[in-house]
Ligand binder design. Structure first.
Ligand code: PMP
Length: 354
């Protein structure tokens, strides 16, 4: 803190991102990135002329990308707002729909940014515990007096609830905004995009960081009724009209055109997720049933933090989260097959000396 920091600033606890180490190369399974490169079509889409065009500002409506998203989901351009990563879409939702009198409800174990934004934007929080199986219990979200934010599949646990359960929540909270964070939905069977078109109180937030292998390009978007999307656009144009650079707009649009590559990457991750889950269970781990590109797993033999440190020593980086309810677990991003095998081999060398 500097001697100029306000009391408000002093009260904030910022989000701690997963490590992005520079000291040595790790098998990096800690931040739910894709093990695969972006679509070759996306990489080929950036040429000299476009690099030269970087002297110009980007298109504030990111039309090329917005049109591809619209085509992909069969929605209208006016239902979409594109953002600098889905974190920014979430921030815009807080700014557009929440305030001191209109709080937000989310799970006790979920994406760590939700409480950070709540503090930053002065929004009261209602924390709703996951049930004893680490699942979001839809009945706990009926008839609330605040907005609702649900990651589906949930962050950290990977567990998804059904679109029917979410629709029940939406129907019982018609005067509240229900925000569904679908960062991991491409790895699941469920999407609430149809609910965002059917009801005027639903926002679906999505990212190209995971299933589209573009975490470094920072591309997110929200899909909602035209009125809600318009509200989000007001926030964007009050904050940063050029929130996406020229290159992310080109990369994102091209990646969305390459459905075959996308389908192939998602299928491989799902396959590897099943392999990793089985292999961990064979080693005595308790693994939550994941619909995401990571698994949350607990060894009966060694604590979460200890295991994280031992794996790091062996060149494999996973995530240990200090939330009390999951402190015995480690969160492992589903990598390619070689990365999964490297992780399993490292686990074996840790557990054989216990
Ligand atoms: N939502 C959830 C649930 C996440 O896990 C993440 C990534 N950590 C995000 C949103 C943000 O992703 P991005 O800003 O890269 O789109």
């Amino acid at each position: 803190m500097s001697r100029f920091s306000s009391s408000y600033l002093q009260s904030l606890t910022p989000y701690t991102p997963g490590e992005q180490p520079r000291d040595k190369s790790y098998v990096k399974l800690n931040t739910n990135e894709s093990p695969f490169p972006p679509s070759p079509l996306a990489m080929a889409a950036v040429n000299e002329a476009q690099l030269s065009d970087l002297r110009l500002y980007s298109d504030p409506s990111a039309d090329e990308l917005t049109c591809e998203i619209a085509r992909c989901y069969g929605v209208d351009k006016d239902n979409i707002i594109v953002t600098n990563g889905s974190d920014e879409a979430l921030a815009f939702c807080y700014l557009a729909f929440c305030d001191r009198d209109r709080g937000i409800a989310f799970a006790d174990v979920t994406y760590g940014f939700y409480p950070v934004y709540a503090a930053l934007f002065n929004v009261p929080v209602k924390v709703i515990p996951l049930d004893s199986d680490y699942k979001v219990n839809a009945t706990d979200y009926l008839n609330l007096d605040c907005n609702i934010l649900i990651a589906n599949p949930n962050a950290q646990t990977g567990i998804a609830i059904s679109a029917e359960e979410i629709e029940e929540i939406v129907l019982s909270n018609r005067d509240r905004v229900v925000i569904i964070d679908e960062a991991y939905a491409d790895f699941s069977q469920v999407s609430c995009v149809p609910l965002a078109l059917k009801y005027d109180n639903v926002v679906v937030v999505r990212t190209m960081s995971k299933s589209r292998s573009l975490a470094g390009a920072r591309i997110g978007y929200a899909i909602a009724s035209k009125q809600l999307a318009c509200d989000l656009r007001t926030v964007k144009f009050s904050f940063n009209p050029y929130n996406l650079g020229r290159l992310p707009i080109i990369l994102g649009a091209a990646a969305l055109r390459d459905k075959a590559y996308f389908d192939d990457c998602v299928a491989k991750i799902k396959d590897n997720r099943a392999y990793l889950t089985r292999s961990l269970q064979d080693r005595g781990f308790y693994v939550l049933p994941s619909s995401a590109n990571f698994v949350l797993a607990r060894s009966g033999a060694i604590g979460g933090r200890q295991l994280y440190l031992a794996l790091k020593d062996r060149g494999v980086l996973v995530r240990h989260l200090s939330d009390k309810r999951i402190e015995d677990f480690i969160r492992i991003t589903v990598g390619d097959r070689a990365e999964c095998d490297a992780l399993l081999a490292a686990i074996d060398t840790v557990t054989e000396v216990l």
